[in-house]
Design a protein around this ligand. Sequence first.
Ligand code: BMP
Length: 266
Amino acid sequence: GVQALSYVQRADNYTNPAAKELLLTMERKKSNLSVSVDVTKSRDFLAIIDAVGPYACLIKTHVDILEDFDFTLIESLQALSKKHDFMIFEDRKFADIGNTVALQYSSGVHRIASWSQITNAHSVPGPSIVAGLSSVGLPLGRGLLLLAEMSTAGNLAVGQYTEETYQMARDHRDFVIGFIGQRRPAGEGDEDFLVLTPGVELDVKADGMGQQYRTPREVILESGCDVIIVGRGVYGKDYSLTEAIAQQAERYRESGWSAYLERCKS
Ligand code: BMP
């Protein structure tokens, strides 16, 4: 299966430019770490990204959290992306009808499609959500992840829902590059999907608000996922401690990468 292949070998399995670029970036930086930067002030947002940038293949954003958002922030984010060689993933979790999501993706204050190389969507509306987002994103070379599973206790994305989400992805391979999920789809055979996994922490198991954590080793080696997504585990509570934040990012990068190397050997 694809689990035994290197990230760089797998780049050839994709026509989608965002998927190819992510796999090549991972190999170049020896990083399968995506840092999720969930803070409310632009100053903290940029300082954390500058600190973790050297260790991350992908920065995951929730730009609707920022209370002082304006579009110059995107220019600063793109400058950091060039400086540190990481890609950008706005974790928008679209979940509406095709026409509405196409507008949400292209327009509004955030104009996500114009800068976010990867974004994601819930599969709950059915295939029309992929058609809507693809009408905007495919001509721009963007990639979409479908939420096949979630990390939270009691979530409903299980069983048949997860299976039908996999099928929606198979039907739109040009634009859907993979999943947000907790494991690689079983019996995937030769078909290649990227699996990006949130709910990763080395020191704690839960956050008291339903989040459930596993380790990079469990995620990459045991469950066959490709990218670990880490938020608070990297940046903690004091955003001014940029040196400590950088050290944590390196700790997670090393942990995720050694699990990947072990997987390639087995
Ligand atoms: P943290 O590592 O601080 O728990 O953050 C996890 C991040 O991943 C959050 O931005 C959250 O929105 C996202 N996420 C998640 O935790 N579980 C999912 O199933 C899907 C997510 O996108």
